[in-house]
Design a protein around this ligand. Structure first.
Ligand SMILES: *Cc1c(COP(=O)(O)O)cnc(C)c1O
Length: 470
């Protein structure tokens, strides 16, 4: 007769230790531009206001101020009462319906508001599901419009070196040819034409742009020459106005955008402005193209109106993925006159997602605020002043090449590549979250950050960088 007690092995094998989130992640899911084994540095256990609660590999938790706004998007902070409520209200109504043949209040309201906010003249809206897709649609639209004008040879785009416009194939084609993964996908990425990277511009604390006039004149000369030579095969010009983001956090003088507008007009090209990162106030203007409009007005010109504008990132306050492409009536009319009955040949499954549109509408409400003066303006001006102060000490460090501020964007550029893991750890230990890349440690904090939050961010970056790089 066998006894259950006697049959059992003398020592039970220890149950496997529960694997941490970081351990379960590594080797299972990819993170941006990383090998699948790389995993993540921290796990997010909570997010509230401007703060993230992170859990590190040792299981310890860190409460940190998010200096990245989740890549430009979470401008009002996390778990915002108004945005949460907008999502819940829409959830109680309906979350998604197809946009083919159907429409709904959140999408129409959002399109109306975008038209009202955007530079005068942009009257039509395509709702896309991500920034890259909005740029894809902009490129398609430009090609369709040129074809509709009988310009069938005009099939290439002119872009700035150092630019970033997304990760899909067509958008990779207009990203910087060296940093933009062209070599890795050569033969597949469309071959576009490039203008030199514009010379650096610096917005002084007094609000005027400083730059090397000789360098700008030389850039303009090269640009006009390249555009004139390639014009018969060009459909449009694509650029991120005034601030190139993922391509190096490079600010350049607004005059460049004004010159590109002139060049586009002279050669029958569409000017596509990618404001996916810069839109909704981040640079100190509602749209960065307004800096160029001011430059143009000072010279007796008109407001600067792109033919096509792309927005994304901060559109839903960082809650859901949504982007939009806007175009002028002239562009829409030319498309209408073309083949396919004027149809714009794109239509994603989740186009105009009601949840995303409803949250975007609430986010735009917060951006504007209840007062006469828009809420975002005071917030971004405070960030600009605060970042100037708290990042200034970084310029004393031997490892630092440049410190630059533009609105709610602060950049510390080193002489060499950042040790990303080490700097991140030092900064997290000092209460802030940053995600450096290449030679850059940069922040674009949520608009709702307080002066104290900005001080914590600045000190964490200056001390963290000093600790790792000296
Ligand atoms: C982030 C970004 C994109 C791509 O947007 P996704 O939503 O990541 O596809 C395109 N252009 C610019 C300027 C961006 O900053």
């Amino acid at each position: 007769m066998s006894s259950p007690t006697l049959d059992r092995p003398r020592t039970d094998p220890a149950p496997p230790a529960p694997r941490s989130l970081l351990q379960r992640d590594a080797g299972l899911v990819w993170h941006p531009y990383a090998p699948v084994d790389a995993g993540a540095l921290y796990a997010v256990r909570g997010a509230e206001g401007v703060r993230l609660t992170l859990e590190g590999p040792d299981g310890g938790t860190h409460e940190v101020i998010d200096g990245m706004s989740s890549w430009w998007s979470a401008i009002h902070g996390y778990r915002h009462r108004v945005l949460d409520q907008a999502a819940r209200d829409q959830l109680d109504s309906f979350s998604h319906v197809m946009f083919g043949g159907l429409t709904h209040e959140p999408a129409v309201t959002l399109a109306e508001r975008l038209v009202e906010m955007a530079p005068e003249g942009l009257r039509h809206v395509f709702l896309a599901d991500s920034g890259s897709i909005s740029v894809e649609v902009a490129l398609k639209l430009a090609l369709q419009v040129q074809a509709s004008r009988g310009e069938h040879r005009r099939q290439r785009f002119l872009a700035l070196r150092g630019g970033y416009h997304g990760d899909t194939f067509a958008t990779m084609g207009v990203c910087d040819p060296e940093d933009g993964m062209h070599a890795e996908f050569s033969g597949v990425v469309p071959q576009q034409a490039f203008l030199p990277r514009p010379p650096a511009g610096r917005l002084g604390a007094d609000g005027t742009w400083e730059y090397d006039g000789g360098a700008l004149a030389s850039w303009e000369g090269q640009t006009r020459e390249i555009a004139a030579r390639l014009a018969p095969e060009l459909a449009g010009i694509v650029c991120e106005p005034v601030l190139q983001g993922a391509g190096g956090m490079h600010a350049y003088p607004p005059a460049v955008v004004g010159i590109l507008r002139q060049v586009a007009d002279e050669h029958g090209l569409l000017l596509i402005l990618d404001e996916i990162a810069t839109g909704f106030g981040r640079t100190g203007r509602l749209f960065a193209s307004e800096w160029a409009g001011e430059w143009s007005l000072q010279r007796g010109g008109g407001e600067l109106i792109p033919d096509i504008l792309c927005v994304g990132k901060a559109l839903t306050g960082g809650y859901l993925t949504l982007a939009a492409m806007l175009c002028t009536s002239e562009v829409a009319a030319d498309l209408n006159a073309g083949p396919n009955g004027g149809a714009l040949l794109h239509g994603p499954t989740f186009m105009g997602n009601p949840l995303a549109c409803a949250v975007a509408n609430a986010s735009l409400d917060l951006l504007t605020g209840p007062g006469d003066s828009p809420a975002w303006l005071a917030q971004v001006q405070a960030l600009d002043a605060g970042l100037r102060q708290v990042l200034a000490p970084a310029s004393e460090l031997a490892c630092v090449r440049d410190v630059r501020i533009l609105g709610g964007v602060g950049v510390v550029q080193l002489h060499g590549p950042v040790d990303v893991a080490a700097v991140t750890r030092e900064v997290v230990d000092r209460g802030a979250w940053v995600r450096p890349f290449r030679d850059l440690v940069y922040v674009m904090p949520p608009y709702v950050s307080t002066a104290a939050d900005v001080r914590t961010l600045g000190a964490a970056i200056v001390e963290g960088v000093a600790r790792v790089h000296g």
